[in-house]
Write a protein that binds this ligand. Sequence first.
Ligand code: PGA
Length: 245
Amino acid sequence: MKTLVVANWKLNPATQKEAKNLFEEVKNRVRNAKNVEVVICPPFVYLPSVVLKKGKLVLGAQNVFFREKGAFTGEVSPLMLKDLNVKYVIIGHSETRKHLGETNEIINKKINEALTAKLKPIFCVGENEREDKFSVLDNQIKEGLKGILGKDIKNVVIAYEPVWAIGTGKNSSVDETLSSILFIRKIIKKLYNIKAAENIKILYGGSIDHSNAALYVKEGGANGLLVGGASLNGKEFADIVKSVN
Ligand code: PGA
């Protein structure tokens, strides 16, 4: 199983020129990382300009709507992403949940529609600082995956991102991360079966940098990483990729 390292650029950078330069820099720097699938998730508007030069990099989007087409002002459909050679889509990020009021029900519809279009959802889950981690994970995963069939679960990636660890420099300890990831596998085993639980890719995200990245993969049970802030620096992001290659 290849390790998956996903760059979530969020609402950055400010211009197309910068986006192209960052993309090009990452592409050159990770060229020899053969054991890692490197996914770049730029803002929607930059996807058309980077797709033409993507080389071995894989494209992802940061969100998607839950219908194919129609009267839905401001939205982007799974089919449009598919047409741009996008393979992955982040769904249920804590920032979308918080700032756009995205609910588990909406997230479930998005996962469903993304799978129908043959996109791979990167389904984000994680607790806030004072919440009980296990009940939050249980609830978010059960509601997010409601109705998702066993044949489709292998195309879902789960990203465990404790909300308090995102962009704060306070990352989850390796032991805590391992316990969360094992717990998530247990839920998947209950909902599906042991094979699904063993095969599903689970990423860790939250204040990853080149100095801590490898620990989560080697000792924290993660099959890869979802990287925010550090993915905006080409060298730093490439060092993360190389550290888990
Ligand atoms: P961070 O963000 O690496 O800046 O903490 C991770 C994320 O939000 O996916």
